[in-house]
Design a protein around this ligand. Structure first.
Ligand SMILES: [Zn+2]
Length: 287
């Protein structure tokens, strides 16, 4: 039981965001400090300027959302009103409006399996499908990568991924590779936004998650074998929830709970309300 409590994970949400000013002058929001405190919430990220970015040739989305968020369950409207979910990033000029992905474009992702658990690839697909169903956002698996997670990822990597925004990176990592992972954390993750060509709002274009493979494996090993897949799926759902723009809540029923450890294995209504909201963003012009 001691080990259990020490492994109770508290994640570090990389509330990384970027915005363009003028001719692609980038700012990046550094990791927001989730702590071990039960009262922790994502605090306003610190800002750090970056000027080392380029961007792909603008392309158009489909012109209509590729999917629709799942209908909200009974009670979720009240949750929405009460905000039993938290957005990872909000629009600077409108605190009630989240930064979202463009629902008219698929979210491409790649996977680095270096420290992945055996069989976890299908569990990851299942977790992504759970997020896709709840948000209406469409994900496309672009296969394997050897790109490693970093604190400030390059959003445009034409030599690796071609003339497009880099796909979301889902990397099985460890604390030796990424210093923000700690021995008792399951991972960290978030998404990066740029200013839409309308200049009025920001939109996510890519993101990254680093899963702490050894810590997750050690934790799952403390549970009966028949529980491990569901717990792993829930842990991965938590992180894909960060990718689409949700951060932690204080409600233990939520998969986005700040101390979520795989115990809650299905979305709570607060999760679903948040996922519905971040799946309901507007289509964006070519970008
Ligand atoms: Zn988290």
């Amino acid at each position: 039981m001691i080990r259990w409590s020490t492994l109770r994970w508290i994640g570090i949400v990389l509330a990384i965001s970027a915005l363009t000013v003028g001719a692609f002058y980038w700012s990046s929001l550094a990791p927001s400090g989730d702590s071990r405190s039960a009262a922790s919430r994502t605090t306003a990220p610190r800002e750090a300027n970056r000027t080392d970015h380029d961007s792909p040739t603008p392309t158009s989305g489909a012109g209509h959302p590729l999917g629709r968020p799942a209908p909200l369950p009974p009670g979720a409207d009240q949750m929405k009103a009460g905000r039993d979910f938290e957005f990872l990033t909000i629009q600077a000029n409108d605190p009630s409006t989240p930064v979202t992905y463009d629902p008219c474009r698929p979210i491409h992702y790649v996977v680095n399996d270096r420290t992945a658990l055996p069989g976890s690839r299908q569990v990851l697909r299942d977790a992504i499908q759970q997020v896709s169903t709840a948000t209406g956002l469409v994900f496309v698996d672009d296969g394997a990568t050897n790109e490693v997670p970093v604190i400030k990822r390059e959003l445009f990597q034409p030599q690796r991924y071609g003339d497009r925004w880099a796909p979301v990176l889902l990397a099985w990592s460890d604390e030796a590779e990424l210093s923000i992972l700690t021995p008792d954390s399951f991972g960290s993750g978030g998404s990066y936004a740029v200013t839409s060509p309308t200049r009025s709002r920001r939109v996510y274009v890519t993101g990254e998650v680093a899963f702490n493979g050894p810590t997750i494996a050690a934790d799952l090993a403390t549970f009966p074998a028949e529980q491990r897949t569901a717990r792993l799926r829930a842990i991965l759902m938590h992180y894909v929830g960060h990718i689409v723009g949700l951060t932690h809540t204080n409600d233990i029923k939520n998969i986005l709970y700040h101390g979520h450890d795989g115990r809650a294995t299905e979305w709570a209504v607060g999760d679903l309300a948040g996922l519905n909201a971040v799946g309901s963003g507007p289509c964006e012009p070519p970008m």
